[in-house]
Design a protein around this ligand. Structure first.
Ligand code: BJW
Length: 243
C-alpha cells in the first residue's frame, strides 16, 4: 500500500459505508493473547477441549476454568484499550456514513474505547447463558461453575459462557451480511483469516464492489483476497489508516 492509500479519507466519500472486522491481533498490544501466534492460546490448550460443545459436554469444569481465567485476565488493570481500539471509536464518532464494527473478540476493549455500533459475532466473555432455558445474563463478573443456578429457570449445571464454539452459529449473521453487501470499504484488522464465516467476509465485500484492506502484523491466510494488505502492529497501522 502506498502512502496515498494510507488514509480512509483519501478513498471514500464522507457518507460511504464501512464494515470493519477485528480479531485477536487488535488486542495483543493490550496484553491479551492471540490464538494462533507461536505463543498463542492454541499452543497451550487443545481447542477441541475448550472451544467445542463436545469438549464442554466432556469436561465442563475444564472449560469453566479456561474462561474464568480469561475473564479475570480481562479485569487486570494493565489490560486497557489501545490506540487501535481508540482510533476505531473516534472514526465511528466522526463518520457520517454507516459504520459497522464486527469483532470476533470476546473481550470488551472496543466498548471500553467508546465504540457503540458493535457486533460480537463470537460472543462475550462477560456474558453467560443457560443451556436449558437460553436466558442470558450480561455483566457476569464472578467465576462460573457447574454449581451455578440459572437466575431465570433455577436449574443447576446449565450455565455456560456466552461464546461461540466451533460448530455453533456466530451471532447476528444476517445483519453482518446485509452490511457487507452494501459497504464501500471493508477493513480486516488483526485476524489470521483461518476461521469461517469471518474469513469469507472479504469475498462478500468484494462481490459488493467494496475496496478491501487488511491491516495485520503479517499476511493473513486470505491476504491475496484483499485489494491491499499492510503489515505491522495495529497500534501503528489503525490510527494512521483511519486518520
Ligand atoms: C497482530 C498483532 C498486532 C498479532 N497487530 N495484528 C472446513 C472448511 C471451512 C469451514 C469449516 C471447516 N470445518 C469447520 C468449519 C467451520 C468452522 C471453522 O472455521 N473451522 C476452521 C478452523 C476451518 N467455523 C465454525 O464452526 C463457526 N461456525 C460456523 O461456521 O457456523 C456455520 C455457519 C455457516 C455459514 C454461515 C454462518 C455460520 C464458529 C467459529 C467459532 C470460533 N470460536 C473461537 C473461540 C471462541 C471464542 C473465544 O474463546 O475467544 O473464536 S476460535 C478463535 O478463533 C476465536 C477467534 O475469534 C477466532 C479467530 O481468531 P483470530 O481473531 O483470527 O486470531 P488468530 O490468533 O488466529 O490471529 C491473530 C492475528 O493477529 C494473526 O494473524 C497475527 O499475525 C495478528 N497479530 N499481533 C496486528 N499487534
Amino acid at each position: 500500500m502506498t502512502n496515498a492509500m494510507m488514509s480512509i479519507t483519501n478513498h471514500l466519500k464522507p457518507t460511504d459505508s464501512i464494515v470493519i472486522l477485528t480479531g485477536a491481533g487488535i488486542s495483543k498490544e493490550s496484553g491479551l493473547d492471540t490464538f494462533r501466534c507461536a505463543d498463542g492460546i492454541w499452543a497451550k490448550v487443545d481447542l477441541e477441549d475448550v472451544a467445542t460443545p463436545e469438549g464442554f459436554a466432556r469436561d465442563p469444569a475444564l472449560v469453566h476454568r479456561f474462561y474464568n481465567d480469561r475473564r479475570r485476565g480481562l479485569r487486570d488493570p494493565a489490560v486497557q484499550p489501545n490506540a487501535a481500539h481508540r482510533a476505531l471509536a473516534e472514526l465511528e464518532r466522526r463518520w457520517k456514513g454507516d459504520l459497522l464494527l464486527v469483532t470476533q473478540n470476546i473481550d470488551d476493549l472496543h466498548e471500553r474505547a467508546g465504540s457503540q455500533t458493535l457486533i460480537h459475532m463470537h460472543g462475550e466473555l462477560n456474558a453467560v447463558f443457560c443451556r436449558h432455558c437460553r436466558s442470558k445474563v450480561e455483566n457476569w463478573t464472578h467465576d462460573l461453575s457447574v454449581e451455578d443456578i440459572c437466575p431465570s429457570c433455577a436449574r443447576k449445571g446449565g450455565m455456560r459462557p456466552d461464546v461461540v464454539w466451533f460448530g455453533e452459529m456466530p451471532y447476528q449473521m444476517e445483519r453482518i451480511y446485509r452490511a457487507l453487501g452494501a459497504c464501500d470499504l471493508f477493513v480486516s484488522i488483526g485476524t489470521s483469516g483461518n476461521v469461517y464465516p469471518a474469513a469469507s467476509f472479504v469475498a462478500e465485500a468484494r462481490n459488493a464492489g467494496a475496496l478491501t484492506v487488511e491491516l495485520n502484523l503479517e499476511p493473513s491466510a486470505g491476504a491475496s483476497l484483499f485489494a491491499d494488505s499492510v503489515n505491522g502492529p495495529a497500534t501503528e497501522l489503525v490510527p494512521a489508516f483511519v486518520s
